[in-house]
Design a protein around this ligand. Structure first.
Ligand SMILES: [Zn+2]
Length: 212
């Protein structure tokens, strides 16, 4: 089981970890700051003992493995340094937090709608809804409200669900939702966002969120 330090402190840029297993170029660690793609959030970029990580894979709820660019220069039981590209991760944290806020203002306008997809990458976050109308006419207001909320500097908290200790919750003001991603501590860190509509097929609407 890997200890997820990115939950304990999403602002850690490096850590040391013990290698628990190696298979070819794949490496398992006892703890990590290096996020692996899940819940739509992109994997981090970075290195283990200065060897580039090509892919971070969430193997199960408790396990992550890393595919290195070349054979590891270390052995099981060794202590290794884990680095992540902070600028990259921090942008993703901002976009992920922003996407949640946009979601709430969208359902405030459009009513509860089914989310059929979501993705947080370095240049944008996207939210896909099963929605029969165009989200276009709603976007200006949603964008304005989102940016106002960001400006208000509301604290964002992440913690384990008391009823289900395997589940992580995200809280911002009056909003609460399950989320296992990484987030900024305060909405102010996000800066400002811009929203764009994309039609992705009949009855499907996409909202794209970018940082300004
Ligand atoms: Zn989330």
């Amino acid at each position: 089981m890997v200890i997820k330090l990115f939950w304990k402190d999403p602002y850690m840029k490096e850590c040391y970890a013990k290698v628990t297993a190696i298979e070819g170029n794949k490496v398992w660690l006892d703890q990590t700051i290096f996020f692996a793609f899940s819940g739509g959030q992109a994997s981090d970029k970075g290195a283990i003992n200065n060897i580039n990580v090509l892919e971070a894979v969430k193997q199960s709820e408790d396990e992550i493995y890393y595919v290195l660019e070349k054979e590891p220069n270390f052995a099981v039981g060794d202590n290794v340094k884990v680095d992540i590209e902070w600028d990259y991760r921090y942008k993703i944290m901002k976009l992920h937090s922003a996407a949640h806020i946009v979601y709430y203002f969208f359902i405030e306008k459009a009513g509860e709608q089914k989310v059929i997809g979501s993705n947080i990458s370095i240049d944008k976050a996207r939210l896909d809804f099963a929605y029969n109308e165009s989200v276009g006419p709603l976007l200006e207001e949603i964008q304005e409200k989102t940016n106002k909320t960001i400006d208000e500097g509301i604290d964002i908290k992440m913690f384990y669900d008391e009823k289900d200790p395997t589940r992580r919750l995200w809280e911002c003001g009056k909003w609460l939702m399950p989320c296992g991603g990484t987030h900024v501590k305060n909405t102010k860190e996000i800066g400002q966002v811009k929203l764009k509509r994309k039609n992705i097929g009949s009855g499907k609407e996409r909202i794209e969120v970018t940082l300004v």
